[in-house]
Design a protein around this ligand. Structure first.
Ligand code: KIV
Ligand code: NA
Length: 265
């Protein structure tokens, strides 16, 4: 199998082939998604919500992200694996940013890191890139800044914030980022960004006029039924499938129909 690279992702943008991206946090899920043919797997800090049950992405640690990333990398043969650098491990200190990125790359075997923000984290982005580590940007609704925003509503609806977002996207491209995620912004602005920068722009709640799409795998599989924003398309209802399976098992145990003679030694 030919591995996906930043070069291949760039070519996909050039020829208009949309890039598919999903999150994964463990070996088994990563293996399924990779075998299905996904282009990019993101070990997102959404693991903080989906795996650990926290309300925000802020509590997850660098060590915990490396544990998830290491597990994912072991399950992947083809996809390009990107890992979120967690809150507090890169902002405002480019030396720490570089150290965090190097730890992720060295200990997990992942292929790139992702960081949230534009001009504010420029130094960190440049420093990581100078070490030869590919960096994916993330603009718009950046969940590590949730307490600054106060809500999870659509970002950059106003002129000033939209202009800053476009400037930040250009800056990230100039720095040398290989791609940018745009989260929960108007489709028209996302289109403008994707047409302005040459690098792939991957959207989540950013409309169709971008170079690819990303979703949290637990959301699109319907494992987590509580989170249903407008941008989420649910491709399965694994929660009900799993509940029925577990209830079937409980019933069989209680009724002594499991295990049968054939299932015994
Ligand atoms: O952590 C995450 O899952 C993400 C995606 C939503 C882009 O950053
Ligand atoms: Na994230």
């Amino acid at each position: 199998i030919k591995r996906i690279t930043t070069h291949i992702l760039q070519e996909m943008k050039m020829r208009g082939e949309k890039i598919s991206m999903l999150t994964a946090y463990d070996f088994s899920m990563a293996g399924i998604i990779d075998s299905a043919g996904i282009d990019i797997i993101l070990v997102g800090d959404s693991a903080s919500n989906v795996m650990a049950g926290h309300e925000t992405t802020l509590p997850i640690t660098l060590d915990q992200m490396i544990y998830h990333a290491t597990s994912v990398v072991r399950g992947v043969k083809r996809a390009f694996v990107v890992v979120d650098i967690p809150f507090g491990s890169y902002q405002g200190n480019s030396s720490e940013a570089l150290r965090s990125a190097i730890r992720i790359m060295k200990e997990s075997g992942a292929h790139a890191v992702k960081v949230e923000g534009g001009a504010e984290i420029r130094e960190s982005v440049v420093r990581i890139l100078s070490a030869g580590v590919p960096v994916m940007g993330h603009l718009g609704l950046t969940p590590q800044s949730i307490y600054k925003f106060g809500t999870y509503t659509v970002r950059a609806k106003e002129e000033a914030e939209a202009k800053k977002l476009l400037d930040d996207a250009k800056l990230l491209e100039e720095c040398g980022c290989f791609a940018i995620v745009l989260e929960k912004i108007p489709a028209a602005l996302a289109k403008q960004v994707a047409e302005t920068v040459q690098i792939p722009v991957i959207g989540i709640g950013a409309g169709p006029y971008v170079d690819g799409q990303v979703l949290v795998v637990h959301d699109m599989l319907g494992i987590n039924q509580e989170f249903k924003p407008r941008f989420l398309r649910q491709y399965a209802n694994l929660q009900s499938i799993m509940t029925e399976a577990v209830q079937g098992y409980i019933k069989d145990v209680k009724s002594k129909s499991f295990p049968s003679e054939k299932e015994s030694y």
